[in-house]
Design a protein around this ligand. Structure first.
Ligand code: FAD
Length: 418
């Protein structure tokens, strides 16, 4: 790029998993790519660090599956609460049976390095601060790079600026807070069980008086002498979770300390998780939002790394001369995730009713009923079902998805302003 305004084929704002994966796919498709991030790498990102088989499958397309599973991998989920525990191995099928977990400081650095190695140009300490339109096209993006203001004219603009999507808001992105969202905190603890090959989740958290707290806890072993330990709750504006997630996390850590040989909680950080496509205005003529910016987080398990990387691949596939992305992108998102996210959002909404989990929890987690239904539930929670799956559970899930979509036509999933 030269002169006052430099031109580039594909400008990507944000170099988290969505942005870096997009940069890899776009560079491999032969585009000239400029990837920028407000931070410098390695940088931390508040996260549970968990990678389901769906994420590992997508990492395979970037040539990184081995890099994230060779030192440590996990076999599935152990769910605890209401007097019971259920072990649910990752299901056989399209995505494989290997999950993993890697601290985001390392994981995101690995992805960003891969993008550069495949040919993308990276600007760190580079914040996209402004935008000029030419009709419905983004014409010029203003970037503050190392304290210097620069202008970039992109042919296509992919916005992967994460959960707050400050830059996306300049393009009209709107988050619907009336839909279910998550609030969660994570920490790192040393642990004698860092190599444990199962991720663990506790859905019944009690305070010192024995009162059930709204929320859940997780322990994701990292295989490096530590675990990622966190706590979160689901919320809506009308039923806000009245919970201090950092306090809940410390309480949860104290309960699990002896069993897991836990050291003190370190680097505690909390964040919001808009979920299930609860945003509008995710595309214009030559730009679109991917990853968290498009609320691509599974409402039932809070994972978004895989959807970030998948949306990156789908977005790059759409970059063809003369194509207007305004309606195409929301359509692709709805076709790919619409039914699953709508169903998950509806189920997650039930969990925001304080009495729901204590009522169904004992049934799901105790005895033969729990043992029979929970492996299937894990498959549904992880959205580990594909169109190729033809078994009973896959068919039942899809039927329920279509029914809920028909009932809730008003729900704004990636709506476009008129
Ligand atoms: C507590 C918690 C636990 C979670 N646990 C899991 C989990 O275990 N597994 C899972 O799959 N998901 C989990 N998630 C969700 C996951 O963290 C996100 O879905 C994922 O990070 C989305 O990736 P992204 O690339 O869209 O955004 P991000 O990873 O947030 O990256 C966005 C990037 O954009 C940059 N940026 C922002 N604004 C600008 C700007 N104007 N200019 C330039 N750069 C900018 C930021 O610096 C950042 O690097 C969790 C989330 C939370 C909050």
């Amino acid at each position: 790029m030269s002169g006052n305004v430099g031109s580039v084929d594909v400008l990507i704002v944000g170099a988290g998993p969505a942005g870096s994966a997009a940069a890899v796919h776009a560079a491999e498709a032969g585009h000239e790519v400029l990837l920028l991030d407000a931070a410098s790498f390695p940088r931390d990102k508040t996260c549970g660090d968990g990678l389901t088989p769906r994420a590992v499958h997508q990492l395979g397309k970037l040539g990184l599956a081995e890099a994230v599973t060779s030192d440590y991998h996990n076999k599935g989920l152990k769910l605890h609460g209401f007097g019971g525990s259920v072990t649910a191995p990752w299901p056989e099928g399209h995505y494989g049976t290997r999950g993993s977990a890697m601290p985001r400081t390392e994981f995101d650095h690995l992805l960003v390095r891969t993008a550069v190695a495949r040919g993308a140009t990276l600007w760190e300490d580079a914040t996209a601060t402004g935008v000029q339109f030419a009709g419905s096209r983004v014409d010029v993006v203003t970037v503050r790079h190392g304290g210097v203001e620069k202008q970039v004219r992109p042919r296509w603009l992919l916005v992967a600026d994460g959960v707050r999507s400050t830059f996306g808001k300049l393009l009209g992105r709107q988050w619907h807070r009336g839909e279910v969202y998550g609030i969660a905190a994570r920490s790192y603890c040393t642990s004698a069980m860092s190599q444990e090959p199962w991720i663990h989740s506790h859905v019944e958290l009690r305070d010192t008086d024995g009162t059930v707290q709204p929320g859940y806890g997780w322990i994701f072993p990292l295989g490096d002498g530590r675990v990622n330990l966190g706590a979160g709750a689901l919320s809506t504006d009308s039923r806000p979770a009245k919970v201090n997630t950092k306090r809940l996390l410390s309480h949860y850590a104290a309960q699990r300390r002896a069993e897991w040989g836990l050291g003190p909680e370190q680097d505690i950080a909390s964040a919001l998780l808009p979920m299930g496509g609860a945003v509008s205005n995710v595309a214009g003529a030559n730009w679109l939002l991917i990853g968290d910016a498009a609320a691509l987080v599974n409402p039932l398990n809070g994972e978004g790394i895989d959807y970030g990387m998948e949306s990156a691949e789908m977005a790059v596939d759409l970059l063809r001369p003369g194509r207007d992305l305004t309606l195409v992108w929301p359509h692709v998102l709805r076709e790919t995730y619409g039914e699953a996210f709508l169903l998950a959002r509806t189920a997650a909404r039930l969990l925001t009713y304080p009495r729901f989990l204590p009522l169904v929890g004992p049934l799901g987690l105790r005895g033969p009923v729990g043992a029979a239904i929970m492996p299937a539930a894990t498959r549904l929670m992880g959205n580990l079902i594909t169109d190729e799956d033809r078994d009973l559970i896959a068919r039942a899930w899809r039927t329920a998805g279509s029914a809920v979509s028909r009932m809730r036509r008003d729900t704004p999933l990636w709506a476009t302003a008129a």
